[in-house]
Design a protein around this ligand. Structure first.
Ligand code: TMP
Ligand code: ASP
Length: 237
């Protein structure tokens, strides 16, 4: 079923299948940060990110009406997905100030935002994924106005669903990054992953970081944080 490798990214590989419109995503334990400058391995990450992404996408489809690329989980690290053309944008939603926004605004991490903030970055490693706005996106033709408006709607709805989901397992959803793709039939779907690599998760009581910031900032016990997150996600009924 798994045919030639189509692509290898920093955290995943993508393989062709015998169906033109389907491919297999294979999650790796490799971790990078700062646009690949820092490299490492997080034992068990591939499996945790694969299972968490699929669990959340399944719930987002069923309970929030967000279409996703998910077809079926094939193994602990591999998933069959719809083949899509990725819209070259990182779609970031923030509920609390952290990371690059803290630096940009000079506000301490943990500062509440009065309403969610949406940001777009143009996906281009060589340029370091620069932040862009609606005008850049439309002027460069990375997507059209109708699709962009749908992306915003899906991003905010995903935030509302995930905020509630994680609060029920004692986690503050600080911020996260989504990617979208267009299927062969021209349908916009949520793609990529939703995992501790792509979200900031803080324990609601202790504010302990349970995400990739432990790797980025050398905070220790990275594996333990990923394991704690998958354990909590699977305790949510
Ligand atoms: P930032 O504060 O570094 O801009 O990150 C915002 C969110 O996006 C955070 O949850 C981590 C996630 N993210 C990625 O998934 N990939 C990336 O390459 C970067 C820079 C951030
Ligand atoms: N994954 C990104 C990279 O390697 C950045 C990050 O997640 O911090 O550059």
């Amino acid at each position: 079923m798994k045919k030639e490798q189509l692509y290898e990214g920093k955290a995943k590989k993508v393989f062709a299948t015998d169906r033109a419109n389907e491919c297999i995503v294979s999650y790796k334990d490799d971790a990078t940060a700062f646009n690949g400058l820092k490299k490492g391995t997080i034992r068990g990450k591939g499996e945790i990110n694969n299972r968490m992404t699929n669990y959340l996408m399944q719930h987002l489809e069923k309970e929030a009406g967000i279409p996703t690329h998910l077809i079926s989980e094939l193994s602990p690290t591999d998933t069959l997905v719809k083949r899509v053309k990725i819209v070259p944008l990182e779609v970031i939603v923030r509920n609390v100030i952290a990371g690059s926004l803290s630096k940009r605004l000079g506000a301490p991490e943990g500062t509440e935002l009065k309403c969610p903030v949406l940001e777009f970055c143009y996906k281009d490693d060589e340029l370091g994924d620069p932040m862009v706005n609606d005008y850049h996106i439309l002027a460069m033709g990375w997507t059209d106005e109708a699709t962009l408006s749908k992306i915003k709607d899906y991003a905010f709805r995903t935030n509302e669903y995930l905020k509630k989901f994680f609060s029920e397992i004692g986690i503050d959803l600080i911020d996260f990054k989504l990617e979208f793709g267009i299927t062969a039939d021209g349908v916009l779907v949520l793609a990529d992953e939703i995992s501790p690599d792509t979200c900031r998760f803080w324990d609601s009581k202790t504010k302990e970081k349970l995400d990739k910031d432990r790797f980025r900032r050398d905070l220790g016990d990275v594996e333990g944080a990923y394991q704690e997150m998958i354990r909590r996600v699977f305790t949510h009924e």
